[in-house]
Design a protein around this ligand. Sequence first.
Ligand code: GLP
Length: 247
Amino acid sequence: MTSSPRLTVVPSAGDVADQVARRIAAAITSNPKLVLGLATGSSPVATYQRLIQLHRDEALDFSQLTTFNLDEYIGLASDHPQSFRHFMQQQLFDHVNIDLANTHVPDGQCLDIEKHVAEYESAIATAGGIAIQLLGIGSNGHIAFNEPGSAADSRTRQVSLTGQTIRANSRFFDSVDDVPRTAITMGIGTIMEADQIILIATGDVKADAIGDAMLGPVSPDCPASLLRMHNDVTFFVDESASPKRDA
Ligand code: GLP
Protein backbone atom coordinates (compact mmCIF):
# COMPACT_ATOMS: atom_id res chain seq x y z
CA MET A 1 0.00 0.00 0.00
CA THR A 2 1.26 3.48 -0.78
CA SER A 3 0.44 6.73 0.91
CA SER A 4 1.09 10.24 -0.35
CA PRO A 5 4.17 11.88 1.04
CA ARG A 6 3.52 15.36 2.25
CA LEU A 7 4.98 17.94 -0.12
CA THR A 8 5.95 21.25 1.44
CA VAL A 9 6.92 23.81 -1.18
CA VAL A 10 8.49 27.03 0.08
CA PRO A 11 9.89 29.94 -1.92
CA SER A 12 13.61 29.47 -1.42
CA ALA A 13 16.33 27.05 -0.34
CA GLY A 14 16.77 29.21 2.77
CA ASP A 15 13.13 28.65 3.69
CA VAL A 16 13.60 24.88 3.30
CA ALA A 17 16.55 25.03 5.67
CA ASP A 18 14.64 27.16 8.19
CA GLN A 19 11.66 24.82 8.28
CA VAL A 20 13.63 21.59 8.44
CA ALA A 21 16.02 22.93 11.10
CA ARG A 22 13.08 24.15 13.19
CA ARG A 23 11.43 20.76 12.93
CA ILE A 24 14.61 18.93 13.96
CA ALA A 25 15.28 21.40 16.77
CA ALA A 26 11.76 20.91 18.14
CA ALA A 27 12.30 17.14 18.13
CA ILE A 28 15.64 17.49 19.95
CA THR A 29 14.09 19.84 22.50
CA SER A 30 11.26 17.43 23.25
CA ASN A 31 13.65 14.45 23.33
CA PRO A 32 17.30 15.40 23.97
CA LYS A 33 18.29 11.74 23.43
CA LEU A 34 16.91 11.75 19.90
CA VAL A 35 18.42 9.37 17.34
CA LEU A 36 18.87 11.35 14.15
CA GLY A 37 19.74 10.04 10.69
CA LEU A 38 21.94 12.47 8.79
CA ALA A 39 22.73 13.03 5.13
CA THR A 40 25.61 14.57 3.21
CA GLY A 41 25.66 16.36 -0.14
CA SER A 42 24.94 20.03 -0.71
CA SER A 43 21.20 19.78 0.07
CA PRO A 44 21.39 19.61 3.89
CA VAL A 45 24.24 22.12 4.32
CA ALA A 46 22.01 25.15 4.91
CA THR A 47 19.92 23.13 7.37
CA TYR A 48 23.08 22.27 9.31
CA GLN A 49 24.02 25.96 9.32
CA ARG A 50 20.62 26.81 10.84
CA LEU A 51 21.08 24.09 13.48
CA ILE A 52 24.49 25.52 14.38
CA GLN A 53 22.87 28.95 14.67
CA LEU A 54 20.17 27.53 16.94
CA HIS A 55 22.89 25.97 19.09
CA ARG A 56 24.63 29.34 19.40
CA ASP A 57 21.60 31.59 19.76
CA GLU A 58 19.11 29.40 21.57
CA ALA A 59 21.40 26.87 23.30
CA LEU A 60 20.01 23.96 21.29
CA ASP A 61 21.65 21.05 23.09
CA PHE A 62 23.24 18.24 21.06
CA SER A 63 25.04 16.64 23.98
CA GLN A 64 22.79 13.60 24.32
CA LEU A 65 22.01 13.13 20.64
CA THR A 66 22.96 10.01 18.69
CA THR A 67 23.44 10.25 14.93
CA PHE A 68 23.80 7.79 12.07
CA ASN A 69 24.89 8.91 8.64
CA LEU A 70 23.53 7.31 5.53
CA ASP A 71 26.65 6.46 3.64
CA GLU A 72 30.37 6.73 2.97
CA TYR A 73 32.72 6.25 0.04
CA ILE A 74 34.80 3.09 0.18
CA GLY A 75 38.52 3.75 0.26
CA LEU A 76 38.50 7.28 1.67
CA ALA A 77 40.10 7.85 5.06
CA SER A 78 37.92 9.63 7.61
CA ASP A 79 40.09 12.76 7.29
CA HIS A 80 39.99 12.80 3.48
CA PRO A 81 38.46 16.15 2.44
CA GLN A 82 35.72 14.39 0.45
CA SER A 83 34.89 11.68 2.97
CA PHE A 84 31.44 12.00 4.46
CA ARG A 85 32.91 11.77 7.99
CA HIS A 86 35.04 14.82 7.19
CA PHE A 87 32.01 16.57 5.68
CA MET A 88 29.99 16.01 8.85
CA GLN A 89 32.80 17.30 11.07
CA GLN A 90 33.13 20.43 8.95
CA GLN A 91 29.45 21.11 8.36
CA LEU A 92 28.00 20.26 11.77
CA PHE A 93 29.83 18.23 14.41
CA ASP A 94 32.76 20.64 14.95
CA HIS A 95 30.35 23.49 15.65
CA VAL A 96 27.93 22.01 18.19
CA ASN A 97 28.25 20.25 21.55
CA ILE A 98 27.72 16.75 20.18
CA ASP A 99 29.59 13.82 21.75
CA LEU A 100 31.57 12.41 18.82
CA ALA A 101 31.35 8.95 20.38
CA ASN A 102 27.63 9.08 19.60
CA THR A 103 28.12 9.99 15.93
CA HIS A 104 28.20 7.15 13.45
CA VAL A 105 29.34 7.27 9.83
CA PRO A 106 30.13 4.04 7.95
CA ASP A 107 33.88 3.41 7.87
CA GLY A 108 35.09 3.61 4.26
CA GLN A 109 38.33 1.95 5.22
CA CYS A 110 36.98 -0.97 7.21
CA LEU A 111 38.77 -4.21 6.47
CA ASP A 112 35.73 -6.48 6.70
CA ILE A 113 32.79 -4.77 5.01
CA GLU A 114 30.29 -7.58 5.69
CA LYS A 115 31.05 -7.44 9.39
CA HIS A 116 31.01 -3.65 9.45
CA VAL A 117 27.62 -3.28 7.76
CA ALA A 118 26.09 -5.87 10.08
CA GLU A 119 27.49 -3.97 13.07
CA TYR A 120 26.12 -0.69 11.66
CA GLU A 121 22.63 -2.17 11.46
CA SER A 122 23.00 -3.54 15.00
CA ALA A 123 24.15 -0.19 16.32
CA ILE A 124 21.03 1.49 14.89
CA ALA A 125 18.83 -1.16 16.49
CA THR A 126 20.66 -0.92 19.83
CA ALA A 127 20.15 2.86 19.80
CA GLY A 128 16.43 2.22 19.51
CA GLY A 129 16.06 2.96 15.80
CA ILE A 130 16.18 6.27 13.96
CA ALA A 131 13.51 8.80 14.93
CA ILE A 132 14.05 11.27 12.09
CA GLN A 133 15.98 10.49 8.92
CA LEU A 134 17.16 13.38 6.79
CA LEU A 135 17.62 12.66 3.07
CA GLY A 136 18.71 14.38 -0.10
CA ILE A 137 17.92 13.02 -3.55
CA GLY A 138 20.15 12.37 -6.53
CA SER A 139 19.08 13.62 -9.96
CA ASN A 140 18.41 9.97 -10.91
CA GLY A 141 16.18 9.55 -7.85
CA HIS A 142 18.78 7.84 -5.68
CA ILE A 143 18.58 8.15 -1.91
CA ALA A 144 21.76 7.76 0.13
CA PHE A 145 23.73 5.63 -2.36
CA ASN A 146 20.77 3.41 -3.24
CA GLU A 147 20.93 3.70 -7.00
CA PRO A 148 18.05 2.82 -9.37
CA GLY A 149 17.36 -0.90 -9.10
CA SER A 150 17.93 -1.03 -5.34
CA ALA A 151 15.42 -3.27 -3.62
CA ALA A 152 12.82 -1.85 -1.24
CA ASP A 153 14.03 -4.25 1.45
CA SER A 154 17.76 -3.63 0.92
CA ARG A 155 19.92 -3.22 4.01
CA THR A 156 23.23 -1.50 4.76
CA ARG A 157 25.70 -2.86 2.22
CA GLN A 158 28.43 -2.21 -0.31
CA VAL A 159 27.19 -0.73 -3.60
CA SER A 160 28.62 0.42 -6.94
CA LEU A 161 27.87 3.98 -8.02
CA THR A 162 26.32 4.74 -11.41
CA GLY A 163 28.15 6.85 -13.98
CA GLN A 164 25.56 9.59 -13.45
CA THR A 165 26.24 9.74 -9.71
CA ILE A 166 30.01 9.62 -10.23
CA ARG A 167 29.77 12.51 -12.68
CA ALA A 168 27.42 14.50 -10.41
CA ASN A 169 29.66 14.04 -7.37
CA SER A 170 32.87 14.75 -9.32
CA ARG A 171 32.21 18.45 -8.69
CA PHE A 172 33.61 17.92 -5.20
CA PHE A 173 36.79 16.16 -6.43
CA ASP A 174 39.76 17.32 -8.53
CA SER A 175 38.69 15.04 -11.37
CA VAL A 176 36.07 12.43 -12.15
CA ASP A 177 38.78 9.76 -11.88
CA ASP A 178 39.19 10.59 -8.21
CA VAL A 179 35.58 9.75 -7.33
CA PRO A 180 35.37 6.36 -5.61
CA ARG A 181 33.36 3.80 -7.58
CA THR A 182 31.94 2.02 -4.54
CA ALA A 183 30.37 3.03 -1.26
CA ILE A 184 28.71 1.72 1.88
CA THR A 185 25.09 2.82 2.16
CA MET A 186 22.17 2.24 4.46
CA GLY A 187 19.62 0.25 2.51
CA ILE A 188 16.17 1.42 1.54
CA GLY A 189 14.74 -1.05 4.05
CA THR A 190 16.98 0.46 6.72
CA ILE A 191 15.88 4.00 5.85
CA MET A 192 12.20 3.00 5.79
CA GLU A 193 12.43 1.87 9.42
CA ALA A 194 12.94 5.47 10.59
CA ASP A 195 9.87 6.81 12.38
CA GLN A 196 9.87 9.95 10.25
CA ILE A 197 11.63 10.81 6.99
CA ILE A 198 12.42 14.32 5.75
CA LEU A 199 13.71 14.68 2.19
CA ILE A 200 15.24 17.98 1.10
CA ALA A 201 15.54 19.08 -2.52
CA THR A 202 16.38 22.49 -3.88
CA GLY A 203 17.11 23.82 -7.35
CA ASP A 204 15.65 23.00 -10.75
CA VAL A 205 18.11 20.12 -11.31
CA LYS A 206 16.02 18.19 -8.76
CA ALA A 207 12.57 18.92 -10.20
CA ASP A 208 12.44 15.84 -12.45
CA ALA A 209 13.61 13.55 -9.67
CA ILE A 210 11.00 14.99 -7.29
CA GLY A 211 8.34 14.58 -10.01
CA ASP A 212 9.32 10.94 -10.55
CA ALA A 213 9.48 10.28 -6.81
CA MET A 214 6.11 11.81 -6.02
CA LEU A 215 4.07 11.27 -9.16
CA GLY A 216 5.69 8.40 -11.07
CA PRO A 217 5.29 4.68 -10.39
CA VAL A 218 6.43 3.37 -7.01
CA SER A 219 9.39 1.42 -8.31
CA PRO A 220 13.06 0.67 -7.62
CA ASP A 221 13.70 2.48 -10.92
CA CYS A 222 13.31 5.65 -8.85
CA PRO A 223 14.45 4.70 -5.33
CA ALA A 224 12.93 7.84 -3.78
CA SER A 225 9.49 6.76 -5.04
CA LEU A 226 9.69 3.82 -2.60
CA LEU A 227 9.43 6.35 0.22
CA ARG A 228 5.74 6.62 -0.65
CA MET A 229 5.32 3.28 1.15
CA HIS A 230 6.30 5.05 4.40
CA ASN A 231 3.52 6.66 6.44
CA ASP A 232 5.45 9.71 7.68
CA VAL A 233 7.57 11.21 4.94
CA THR A 234 7.74 14.89 4.00
CA PHE A 235 9.42 16.28 0.92
CA PHE A 236 10.62 19.83 1.66
CA VAL A 237 11.39 21.55 -1.64
CA ASP A 238 11.87 25.06 -2.91
CA GLU A 239 9.80 26.34 -5.81
CA SER A 240 12.44 25.49 -8.40
CA ALA A 241 12.57 21.84 -7.30
CA SER A 242 8.81 21.37 -7.13
CA PRO A 243 7.38 18.89 -9.66
CA LYS A 244 6.60 20.56 -12.98
CA ARG A 245 3.93 18.13 -14.12
CA ASP A 246 0.47 17.03 -13.01
CA ALA A 247 -0.28 13.78 -11.25
C1 GLP B 1 25.13 11.83 -2.89
C2 GLP B 1 24.68 11.30 -1.54
C3 GLP B 1 23.20 11.44 -1.35
C4 GLP B 1 22.74 12.83 -1.75
C5 GLP B 1 23.04 13.05 -3.21
C6 GLP B 1 22.58 14.41 -3.70
O1 GLP B 1 25.16 10.89 -3.89
N1 GLP B 1 25.07 9.95 -1.33
O2 GLP B 1 22.88 11.17 0.01
O3 GLP B 1 21.37 12.96 -1.51
O4 GLP B 1 24.44 12.96 -3.39
O5 GLP B 1 23.53 15.37 -3.36
P1 GLP B 1 23.31 16.91 -3.43
O6 GLP B 1 22.50 17.27 -2.24
O7 GLP B 1 24.70 17.49 -3.35
O8 GLP B 1 22.64 17.21 -4.70
